[in-house]
Design a binder for this molecule. Sequence first.
Ligand code: FE
Length: 218
Amino acid sequence: MSHTHDHGDHDHEHDHGHAHPVRIDHDDRPLGYYQIMATAVFELLIEKGVTTADEVRAAIEAMDGRTPEQGARVVARAWTDPAFKARLLADGSAACRELGIDMGVTRLVVVENTTEAHNLVVCTLCSCYPRAVLGRPPDWYKSRAYRSRAVREPRAVLAEFGTRLPNDMTVRVHDSTADMRYLVLPRRPASTEGWSAERLAALVTRDSMIGVAVAKPA
Ligand code: FE
């Protein structure tokens, strides 16, 4: 199959003569038990006037709008404000609330990387993840391989992410639960003295807050 693309950045059209690989539509399989249950509950709640489709859509949009930039803002603030960092380590949910991030009823535990210890977060049972500060979890976080290997051989997993730690550094693996989530406070990169929190936030990646990586060097 060949078709014509209009590229816009150059003013000609051309044929790509390549065939696209066949992709199975993601909704082209029978619904599972929980999908049917969720649809039934959704329809009942609307029928009984408890909520509206628009309210549900807005809630999903708000959930999808959360990104790791929230977590980066929390980390950068902790790097530049020792009093905030102390509050963050004492009660992650309350400190996030100060920055306008609502953790709901979930307890957020913030674990600090130091020169002696590195922290790694996993949910061995399913996919519990601090979505309020990191958005949706990446697929690998939910994979059986990560969930099992992160606790059995964390150093090998870290190495696959390009993170090699000194042999004498302790690796602590934290197993999340439905009502307790973990966020790693990465170490502040060297040579960033005097940087603003906004500038520092750009060095804080999602993976560094899960603990499979460290913050970007300056
Ligand atoms: Fe889980």
